[in-house]
Write a new protein. Sequence first.
Length: 190
Amino acid sequence: MNVRTLLARTFLRLNGWEAVGKRVADKKIVIAVSPHTSNWDLLYGLSIARILDARISWLGKHTIFWWPLGPILHALGGIPVRRDQPEELVDQIARIFDEAETVSLAITPEATRSYTPYWKSGFYRIAKNAGVPIQLGFIDYARRRGGLGPAITPSDDVRADMDAIRAFFADKIGRYPEKQGEIRLHEENE
């Protein structure tokens, strides 16, 4: 066991948390992680991923990548993004999937720690455009556990896909439950 894995195990054990599940075998995957209501989600999520041997990359608001934190976040798999250019972002990430041999990209569909009435559809569009599955990842403060659940392959029926996603996340509770919005995409109302 390497030092990073030992640190991750120690952090989770000291906080009474457990990591469950495993990464699906696909070489390229989008991991939709929810709920996201706290800055602590990143630390728990990275620790859980390390224990489950899920080498992930993740998207973060470009403003958190300041010196001296920026190089550390990059080393931990962070990719800075500008949320004011979402259409360009989906295309950029799809190119990463085209060019890389293996990619595990963790995305928090809420895209913020604050309450939002809709999930952002980027995770879904990236997976669909790249032709990769979406694995469901979670951080559940009520049960003090997190991990990886089932994977779905995006279809042409967004509502059916989201129904499966909603069913999985229905009992997962964030650190601040009042900040959890409904699990739905704006596109489902169109």
